[in-house]
Design a protein around this ligand. Structure first.
Ligand SMILES: Cc1ncc(COP(=O)(O)O)c(C=O)c1O
Length: 339
């Protein structure tokens, strides 16, 4: 069975082998060496003067950490919503006591965001999902919102859990939240953040989510709590694979994979160009459950839609150890099936 899901993704053998080891003591010189290498490699895939942070957790936790460290109760927060993960981002802000102003858009438009923020007034944080996994939409050029946020005196938080580095972010963004188990080609277990602005909150943050401590741990290579040690081993290898291609090369590999599906499947893609995601593709389908089952028979696991679209969409992830031949096979099976 091969995973063509939005994550976790099919892992290369070398990554699996790296993970299957006795964890080192995280305060040892030996582990600090590994951690130092991984932090450096994380910096190389997103090189805009921010501090990469690794904490034990999921993508959702990475997003919550970003929210809780920049939003104080009562703060006005503009959340761009174009799918389930935008809604979850808003939910995180609400749980913190922030005042959410949702902007429902098919894709991010900086002018529209700025306009809305000026109408709200005193917006402290702008929050957005880079690659909306539930709809197969890539809000490419999300970094353009940084200038908008700065002109408002606000912080920009980007959920790029299913984007970076396969869908790269090509500019400085205040805070990016992501995770190990999608485009970083490692198993689940590490929340990853890129932080370029000191947390500003006045209210307390739970110790496990305290970004000040986590950033300090990352810069001193002395993490405040036990890190996801074996995931760090996996990242050590997977980041080498990514860096070997370079961020542009890695992006291109995914573009070509996704294009194989967009150009050949006899189903309508949910997103329109130029917003079709190159990491998770989504297509309208009359019978997702049957397609999922048919592909299972051929050794491929794909996903249905999410939320209200659960029975109306299929989603095929192209992250991980996936070949163009795998995707051609998927096209063949699905096209035969929908004919
Ligand atoms: C855009 C986005 N944000 C957040 C998450 C949540 O990540 P996790 O399931 O690791 O908590 C996901 C997971 O698919 C995602 O795609």
């Amino acid at each position: 069975m091969k995973l063509l899901t939005p994550g976790p993704v099919q892992l290369p053998r070398e990554v699996l082998e790296a993970v299957a080891r006795q964890p080192l003591f995280h305060r040892s010189v030996e582990f600090r060496e590994v951690l130092g290498r991984v932090v450096e490699k994380l910096r190389m895939v997103y090189d805009y003067n921010s501090t990469p942070v690794i904490a034990p957790g999921t993508g959702t936790l990475a997003v919550d950490i970003a929210v809780y460290n920049y939003v104080d109760p009562g703060d006005r927060v503009l959340v761009v919503v174009n799918g389930v993960f935008g809604e979850r981002l808003a939910e995180s802000v609400e749980s913190r006591g922030g005042v959410v102003y949702k902007l429902n858009l098919d894709h991010v438009e900086p002018d529209v965001v700025e306009d809305y923020a000026r109408r709200i007034g005193d917006v402290k944080v702008v929050a957005v999902v880079h690659n909306e996994t539930s709809m197969g939409v890539a809000n490419r050029f999300v970094e353009k919102l940084q200038g908008v946020a700065e002109s408002l005196g606000a912080i920009l938080i980007v959920d790029s859990v299913s984007g970076i580095p396969a869908e790269p972010i090509r500019g400085r963004v205040d805070v990016i939240a992501t995770a190990s188990h999608k485009a970083f080609l490692a198993p689940p277990g590490a929340s990853i953040l890129y932080v370029s602005v000191e947390p500003k909150v006045k209210t307390k943050v739970p110790p496990s989510m305290d970004l000040r401590r986590l950033v300090k741990g990352s810069t001193t290579l002395n993490p405040p709590y036990t890190p996801p040690i074996n995931v760090v081993y996996g990242l050590d290898v997977s980041l080498d694979m990514i860096l070997k291609l370079g961020v542009d090369g890695y992006h291109e590999v995914h573009r070509l994979r996704a294009q194989t599906l967009y150009s050949s499947l006899k189903l309508e893609s949910v997103a329109r160009e130029p917003y079709r995601s190159y990491t998770v593709t989504a297509f309208w389908a009359p019978n997702p459950d049957l397609i999922v089952r048919e592909l299972r028979k051929h050794g491929y696991i794909i996903a249905r839609g999410m939320g209200v679209y659960e029975d109306k969409m299929i989603r095929v992830g192209v992250l991980g150890d996936v070949s163009i031949d795998d995707l051609r096979r998927v096209v063949e099976v699905v096209n035969n099936f929908v004919d």
